[in-house]
Ligand binder design. Structure first.
Ligand SMILES: [Zn+2]
Ligand SMILES: [Zn+2]
Length: 227
């Protein structure tokens, strides 16, 4: 291989490792804001703010999770305590101001470095649907309706109730799957609830059509490997 090809390859690797940046507003809790730039790289996430005291740099292991509510709104949950809230972990809420948002490229970069799974509330377009079923997601009172779609490496809950729409990665986001009957399916996933620590949460679905037993058998084998 010519030396120049090696140099070129090194340069390309270097540029692909360059930071991805977003122009954002940091929404303070309970009120106020500051404006700055968030950059995502191999090393972690850096926030350069107009307010000097809000310049932060997180390595990937300083972050518990990233919660993508939409391409323009997301939170970073760090391990830092909020002293005034009895040590509750501190979420940083951001809103994209202009230009590029939290797209799949940036989320992919986060997913490939963050040791723990992200929360992705954008239902992904599943390219190859292996199985889909119409469902009602059960809440404490009532529920919301939508479709569960299973692809080779994702499970998507698509619903008009935007708060509950999700994309879960098979390998990292899902802890377990159960069914107590052919019209029932429950997924246990990593997700923080109500600003609490990152803990698991159960999504229980009532199926509007019977679950295919073969599909369920293979899904369990895939998600709950035999130890
Ligand atoms: Zn701020
Ligand atoms: Zn729901």
């Amino acid at each position: 291989m010519s030396r120049w090809i090696v140099v070129l390859a090194a340069l390309l690797t270097f540029s692909s490792a360059g930071a991805q940046t977003l122009k954002v507003r940091h929404d303070h809790d309970p009120w106020g804001k500051c404006v700055g730039e968030l950059s995502f790289s191999e090393n972690g996430i850096v926030f350069s703010s107009e307010k000097e005291e809000h310049n932060w740099s997180w390595g990937w292991t300083d972050i518990q999770t990233v919660d993508r509510r939409s391409e323009s709104e997301f939170s970073i949950l760090s391990y830092a305590d909020q002293k005034f809230l009895l040590g509750r972990d501190r979420p940083f809420d951001f809103t994209v101001l202009e230009g590029r948002g939290m797209d799949d490229t940036i989320l992919g970069l986060i997913q490939s470095h963050l040791p723990r799974p992200v929360v992705d509330r954008l239902p992904e377009e599943v390219e190859r649907v292996d199985y889909e079923v119409n469902v009602k997601h059960l809440h404490t009172f009532g529920g919301c309706e939508g479709v569960l779609r299973f692809g080779p490496d994702v499970v998507v809950y698509d619903t008009s109730h935007a708060k509950d729409a999700r994309t879960w990665r098979m390998g990292s986001a899902i802890v377990g799957v159960w069914s107590v009957g052919k019209f029932d399916l429950e997924l246990e996933v990593y997700e923080r609830e109500g600003g609490d620590l990152l803990r698991t949460r159960r999504f229980r679905f009532q199926l509007k059509e019977p679950l295919d037993p073969d599909f369920y058998y293979h899904l369990r084998r895939k998600l709950v490997p035999v130890r």
